[in-house]
Design a protein around this ligand. Structure first.
Ligand code: A3P
Length: 356
């Protein structure tokens, strides 16, 4: 079935049932609701997004909103904390007492996890605990409803590409977009889908990689997502960052965010914030590492898996065999041909060697 409407000009197309069944079989326990593709780029989602995708596109944006927009696993959480701290004049008291996911709304959470199977599955884990049920209530309420209830200034995280967000977003509010080498993003995404009970990916990485480059994972295709933001990088309300640049020079990223948000910071303040954002500290911090409201909700599959995982650039080499490496190089070269998008880890000379 195909639908489109005036206030949502993009076509929503259900995935062919046979194709969907093939993914259901090999894929996620919680992803049993069918799939769809949206718009001319064919962004791939579970059926869960039907409930809120049009509302998301039409949601009212406030001038004092701050958005962090990313393709999943690109350093979103890290950037959220950076942005929140700078925007909130380094309020350590608040950030030490309120988990990041309560300070920063994940707009598409509902759409990502929406399915009755998932909800019931999660409720089983909670076993009647009132506090956890409240969190579940929040994450199973459409993101746009939660957003409308938030007092200003709002801090909103989304993985939606620009073409599926309100067209006036950039002209109204500030947006930080972060991009990461797709090979590291896909490895991180694979671990993410292994991590959560309600996603429950059971296949191996090679199979996952195939799905990824066939654009059969939520929010793919990868390159159009990044390119849509890259094309807007000179808009005064957009700050475009690379994960690898943040890794290399975090104080610089902090200063860029501060300038973007119209804040001034002393060297000492930058240094203290960088200390908080440093991987080892970030991983240990229960307000940031998703343990509060994550692990205690029972969403984590295994005790030895964590949301904040390795925090490295180039970890993909541990997961890609020779054939996948060559395939990735061709895929990257094909997708960057004709664009001026380059990554810190994918330069012109890398591309020249990929094209050989
Ligand atoms: P890895 O799985 O490669 O370790 P997102 O927040 O978009 O889901 O991205 C998650 C990725 O960012 C994970 O990558 C995670 O480890 C990494 N990350 C989180 N906090 C970080 C930090 N403080 N420094 C570096 N990387 C971090």
């Amino acid at each position: 079935m195909t639908t489109s409407s005036n206030n949502f000009p993009l076509e929503i197309k259900d995935l062919d049932p046979e194709e969907a069944d093939e993914i259901h079989k090999h894929f996620f326990k919680g992803y049993q609701n069918g799939f769809l593709r949206v718009g001319p780029k064919g962004y791939f989602f579970t059926n869960g997004i039907k409930v809120d995708i049009k509302n998301t596109y039409n949601m009212p944006i406030r001038p004092d909103d701050t958005f962090v927009v990313t393709f999943p696993k690109s350093g979103t959480t890290w950037t959220q904390e950076l942005v929140w701290m700078v925007a909130n004049n380094l309020d350590y008291e608040k950030s030490d007492s309120i988990p990041l996911h309560e300070r920063f709304l994940f707009l598409d959470m509902f759409m990502v996890i929406n399915s009755d199977i998932t909800k019931n599955y999660m409720k089983d884990f909670v076993k009647g605990d009132e506090r956890l049920l409240k969190i579940i209530e929040k994450v199973t309420t459409p993101g746009t409803e939660n957003a409308a209830k938030l007092p200003s200034p709002r801090f909103i995280k989304t993985h939606m590409p620009f073409s599926l967000l309100p067209p006036k977003l950039l002209d109204t509010a500030k947006v930080v977009y972060v991009a990461r080498d797709p090979r590291d993003a896909v490895v991180s995404y694979y671990h993410h889908h292994k991590l959560f009970h309600f996603m429950g990916y059971t296949g191996d990485f090679k199979q996952y990689w195939e799905y990824f480059i066939q654009n059969k994972i939520d929010f793919t295709p990868y390159f159009p997502h990044v390119i849509e933001a890259w094309e807007q990088r000179n808009h005064p309300n957009l700050l475009f960052l690379f994960y690898e640049d943040m890794l290399k020079d975090l104080p610089k990223a902090v200063r860029q965010v501060a300038e973007f948000l119209g804040k001034t910071m002393t060297d000492e303040q930058v240094s203290r914030l960088c200390d908080r954002l440093k991987f080892d500290n970030f991983k240990k911090n229960p307000m940031l590492n998703f343990e509060v409201g994550g692990r205690d909700l029972g969403w984590i599959t295994k005790k030895d898996r964590t949301f904040i995982r390795k925090g490295k650039s180039g970890d993909w080499r541990e997961h890609f065999d020779e054939q996948m490496t060559a395939q990735a190089q061709r895929w990257i070269a094909d997708n960057l041909r004709g664009t001026d998008l380059r990554f810190p880890t994918i330069t012109d000379s890398d591309l020249a060697s990929y094209n050989k």
